[in-house]
Design a protein around this ligand. Structure first.
Ligand code: GDD
Ligand code: MN
Length: 371
């Protein structure tokens, strides 16, 4: 923007928000004032309801408004990255266009960048809230936050937030390493940026006034994949791979134990036999994990080992329940592929992640031992 200094850029991704957009612009003008030191960047993915056209009209009246219409791609995270990439302000705020994020908190978020490279609007700190959300969505959002913090080793109360501010220089430093997909742009940003400090600004998530949410089951799936991808890209510790390998070895141990028990005690009941084989393979997994996966934190004293075995068993038990639930979900539309491949694979994958995180944070929590 020649001839003027932009201090703050506000980036909003839009998809079918033609009704919300004018309301958003009015509200933003009220909050940021009549000066020319801010800009609004609307990133629209060629919305079928022609939101881009509404944005073009608004931009024609107010040169602080810019519209970026993307014809070749779709997606919330990539739209946000596209907007951040063309932003002119030193500080950039990212938020939804549908007025669910509290616009009056924008100055607060911008000011918070005095102290940190990243500031996050949070629904889960004192003064914040989710308003009208149903229980299911609250639980999902919380669970996603916990999983994300575990993977990234962060403690941000709302890592699923779509409302945040970042210093542009900091974004530029890392933008080429981003791999934006799905909804979780903030998670991706934090994973790559590794900010030393994150400021939090509480806000209450408002009900949608017009249009509808695009957060669907597919988005939830994408989140799962993004998490796994993050895990396997940078954060995945060799530790996780070791854990997965030990888990796989447990399958072999289980088969072997069952065969041997069958040979040795021919007459016993199948359920007893299975329980025995499960016990043997779980114990073998524990021993390998203690000696190899978590070697740096291994249990040495007898009480520590007894406690370790008990916790490990407990985690494996809950993991098995979850794995069954996931498998059952895939069996819903029961077809051959779902039955033979999808259900057990998904069950195994989820259980492995679950077991890993819990064992990592519970069973083998604690101080590092000399190697
Ligand atoms: N350009 C573009 N492309 N914009 C999109 C797309 C897309 O594919 N999908 C959604 N948007 C825009 C919407 O128009 C809206 O402005 C914003 O992104 C958020 O979309 P919603 O569909 O309203 O999301 P939500 O309210 O259900 O989800 C909110 O909560 C999540 C956490 O629980 C958002 O704040 C998310 O960002 C947040 O992760
Ligand atoms: Mn919304």
């Amino acid at each position: 923007m020649p001839g003027r200094q932009v201090r703050v850029s506000v980036v909003i991704p839009t998809y079918n928000e033609r009704e919300s957009l004018p309301l958003f612009v009015t509200a933003l003008r009220n909050v940021l004032g009549s000066e020319a030191d801010w800009e609004l960047i609307v990133v629209d993915d060629d919305s079928p309801d022609e939101t881009w056209k509404v944005a073009e009209e608004l931009a024609a009246e107010d040169r602080r408004i810019r519209i970026f219409r993307r014809l070749d791609c779709r997606g919330l995270s990539s739209a946000v990255v596209a907007g951040l990439s063309v932003a002119g302000g030193e500080r950039v705020v990212v938020m939804d266009a549908d007025l669910q994020h509290d616009i009056t908190q924008v100055p607060e978020l911008v000011a918070a960048l005095d102290d940190a490279p990243l500031a996050v609007g949070t629904r889960y700190a004192a003064g914040g809230g989710v308003g009208h959300w149903g229980r299911g969505r609250v639980v999902l959002s919380r669970a996603a936050t916990v999983a994300c913090n575990l993977v990234l080793g962060l403690s941000v109360s709302d890592s699923m937030s779509g409302f945040f501010a970042v210093r542009r220089a900091e974004f530029n430093r890392i933008s080429s390493r981003l791999n934006p997909r799905g909804y979780k742009i903030l998670m991706e940003l934090m994973a790559v940026m590794r900010p030393a400090r994150v400021e939090e600004v509480p806000y209450v998530f408002a009900p949608r006034q017009c249009g509808e949410s695009k957060l669907s089951a597919r988005v939830a799936w994408e989140f799962g994949f993004a998490l796994i991808e993050l895990l396997t890209r940078s954060v995945v510790s060799p530790r996780f791979l070791k854990f997965a390998l030990v888990g796989l070895s447990g399958v072999g141990v289980y088969a072997l134990a069952q065969w041997m028990l069958l040979k040795g005690f021919g007459g016993i009941e199948t359920s007893t036999l299975t329980a025995g084989a499960v016990g043997v393979s779980a114990l073998s997994n524990y021993v390998w994990n203690n000696a190899w996966t978590f070697r740096d934190r291994r249990h040495v004293s007898l009480p520590a080992i007894v406690r370790g075995v008990l916790l490990f068993g407990l985690v494996a038990g809950t993991g098995a329940i979850i794995s069954r639930a996931v498998a059952a979900y895939f069996l819903g539309p029961a077809d051959a592929i779902g039955f033979a491949i999808l259900a057990p694979t998904a069950g195994f994958a989820i259980a492995t992640l679950w077991n890993y995180f819990l064992n990592h944070d519970l069973t083998w929590r604690g101080h590092a031992l000399p190697a």
